[in-house]
Design a protein around this ligand. Structure first.
Ligand code: SF4
Ligand code: SF4
Length: 165
């Protein structure tokens, strides 16, 4: 059963002025602290950058081996586990010349797309991957100008990413 709590507004509440003044007091205190004491709450981004936690989940990448061949074997686990359904994989048999060191990677992705605008950066794909292929880096600078640029394809995912973990 829902309980509705009604609060009777006083005359001063209706004016909104006391609440406004309380907010302004904080604003001016911060302003003068910054001006005279050098206590700034902000940084000069992008020249200065904050240090993020090691556990921060940012832009995706796909790890590659020494021959720049992706470690992904197109098992579809990441696509299956993704709650946002933003991973699309199309697989094919991997050619023998892409199996160095006698390591058999039977399949490879011919298409591996991530729609970064749908992704909620939960990290499930990284957790599910048996090959440690798909990972989330600590790069948070993912601003794009068009929607198409937020659609990561295999070439994009294989490139060097800042904050690669
Ligand atoms: S981080 Fe989560 S939402 Fe994003 S691609 Fe991976 S599983 Fe999907
Ligand atoms: S990235 Fe990992 S989980 Fe996803 S298809 Fe490739 S090997 Fe499987």
């Amino acid at each position: 059963m829902a309980i509705i709590v009604s609060r009777k507004e006083r005359f001063l509440d209706k004016l909104y002025i006391p609440a406004l003044l309380v907010g302004l007091k904080v604003t001016f205190r911060r302003f003068f602290e910054s001006l005279f004491l050098g206590r700034t709450m902000t940084i000069q981004y992008p020249e200065q950058k904050r240090e993020y936690s090691q556990r921060f989940r940012g832009e995706h990448f796909i790890s590659v081996d020494a021959n720049k061949v992706e470690n992904c074997t197109s098992c579809y686990l990441c696509q299956t586990v993704c709650p946002a359904e933003c991973i699309t994989i199309i697989a094919e048999e991997r050619p023998n010349d892409q199996n160095p060191y006698g390591v058999r990677k039977e399949k490879r992705p011919v298409r591996f797309d991530i729609d970064a605008l749908r992704c909620c950066f939960c990290g499930f794909c990284e957790e599910a991957c048996p090959k440690d292929a798909i990972k989330l880096s600590r790069n948070y600078e993912m601003a794009v100008e068009t929607r198409a640029q937020a659609f990561y394809d295999l070439d994009h995912l294989k490139r060097e990413v800042k904050g690669r973990g």
